[in-house]
Design a protein around this ligand. Structure first.
Ligand SMILES: *Cc1c(COP(=O)(O)O)cnc(C)c1O
Length: 425
């Protein structure tokens, strides 16, 4: 038996479905990773893949970037967990507030889900109201308040509200169509007790869906007029689309921001930040409770500081290079699919793209769901055979990293060509 197959059957005996996060599974079994370096990831059978999953966007610099690994290695010998304040946490928080002018104060935690959970609790504590508005297909982590018509693995596995989640909770989550400002306006008019609005400023969990012109500006305007805190969930976009996230990219200031993935280039860390009137409500001074044993641990904090410093040092070249690579790649891919007469859409921005097999523009949950996900999985499998690893779901995004070379991208385009030939059949 092949090694990956054996490893998977062993894993299934002790791990539910054999994986520790649902999207990692794909048919017939996922590959098991032995190591990663730069743009590449190797499985236990010694196959090498060019990695376009990149920790679902976390690895802006690719794997094992020297500056970050060096800093973390030094920290490891000084201890891994203190559970006391450290100077590093202040330094990191200063860096975040400098890069994100909408943020006066920031609290460091561990996962994206924890950050959105806290942001929502803060919005409720601040407004003393109950309901939150989220948008169809946006994914904000695996907790009850936001696991309603969510994207990512939840959409991939066809779960609208999770078993075990309470109606009492999900009824307080109002779901509005992405890119539909009228739907949003009507919802605000109908409900008086809205505590907050949470949105992915670029929807990166339903494939890639871009905000239409003025959608975010209108959201900002309407929430401001109605005194409703606006939460930008920048868990994907923070540091990935610009050093100041999507809010810098679009020039919009939310009241609260969550960030995680590209904050540390591959370590466990997240953050919630925002206006001090809201952030000061956190305990112990305030009455909104939030806590975490591993919060602000020196290993992740060191990685985040090194990562932000590197981003700020390289920003003038880094983002324009990735954008150029992506523009060239996505345009070439579009040309190939058009020449083959395959109905398709390619959505791309900054260092992210996704292809959908449909003739309708993909602008929301519905139109993303209309795309032929079976064809996408066919493409995924061909790419994998050719040594290209993209996330194994239509409802995820292909992420480029600074480690990718022009040569990697040429090889990848060749593999896409072969994949599209099979899709066409
Ligand atoms: C990944 C993701 C989350 C959840 O982060 P976890 O670290 O997996 O809990 C939240 N919001 C968005 C936009 C994400 O992409």
């Amino acid at each position: 038996m092949l090694k990956n197959s054996k490893l998977f059957s062993d894993a299934k005996k002790v791990i539910p479905s054999g994986v520790n996060s649902p999207v990692r599974y794909f048919e017939p079994y996922p590959f098991f990773t032995k190591k990663a370096n730069g743009a590449y990831i190797w499985d236990e059978e010694n196959n090498r893949y060019i990695d376009f999953c990149n920790g679902y966007g976390a690895l802006l610099f690719g794997h094992t970037r020297k500056e970050i690994i060096d800093s973390v290695s030094k920290q490891l010998s000084r201890g891994t967990l203190y559970c006391t304040p450290t100077e590093g946490e202040t330094e990191l928080s200063k860096l975040i507030t400098q890069n994100f002018p909408s943020i006066d104060k920031v609290r460091i935690m561990n996962t994206g889900g924890e950050a959105t959970m806290t942001a929502i609790r803060l919005a409720r504590g601040f407004t003393k109201k109950k309901k939150i508005i989220k948008f169809e297909g946006c994914y904000h982590g695996a907790h009850d308040a936001v696991l309603v018509k969510a994207g990512s693995g939840s959409a991939h596995n066809g779960i609208s509200v999770s078993d075990g989640g309470l109606d009492e909770v999900s009824k307080n989550t109002l779901v509005v169509q992405y890119n539909n400002i009228e739907d949003f306006q009507n919802t605000i008019k109908k409900h008086k007790d809205i505590a907050g609005v949470i949105v992915e400023p670029i929807l990166a969990n339903m494939g890639l869906i871009l905000p239409e012109k003025n959608f975010l500006l209108d959201l900002r305007k309407i929430t401001q007029e109605n005194n409703i805190p606006l939460i930008f969930d920048e868990v994907v976009t923070g540091f990935r689309v610009s050093p100041g996230g999507a809010q810098e990219y679009f020039g919009i200031k939310p009241d609260l921001t969550t960030m995680a993935k590209a904050l540390s280039n591959g370590f466990t860390i997240s953050a919630v930040g925002g206006k001090k009137e809201i952030m000061n409500l956190l305990s112990p001074e305030g009455k909104v409770y939030q806590a975490g044993t591993f919060s602000g641990n020196p290993v992740s904090v060191t990685a985040a500081i090194a990562s932000i410093k590197l981003i700020n040092k390289l920003k003038n070249k880094l983002y324009s290079k990735l954008e150029k690579f992506n523009l060239l790649f996505s345009t070439a891919l579009d040309d190939i699919a058009t020449d083959m007469n395959i109905p398709h859409q390619i959505n791309f921005t900054a260092s992210m793209f996704q292809i959908f097999f449909t003739d309708k523009p993909v602008t929301n949950y519905e139109t993303s769901k209309m795309a032929d996900a079976k064809k996408f999985m066919k493409l995924f499998r061909t790419l994998l055979q050719k040594g290209i690893f993209i996330p194994p779901s239509q409802f995820e995004v292909v992420f480029m990293s600074d480690a990718h070379t022009q040569n990697d991208l040429n090889k990848t385009l060749d593999a896409f060509y072969d994949g599209l030939k099979l899709v066409k059949r």
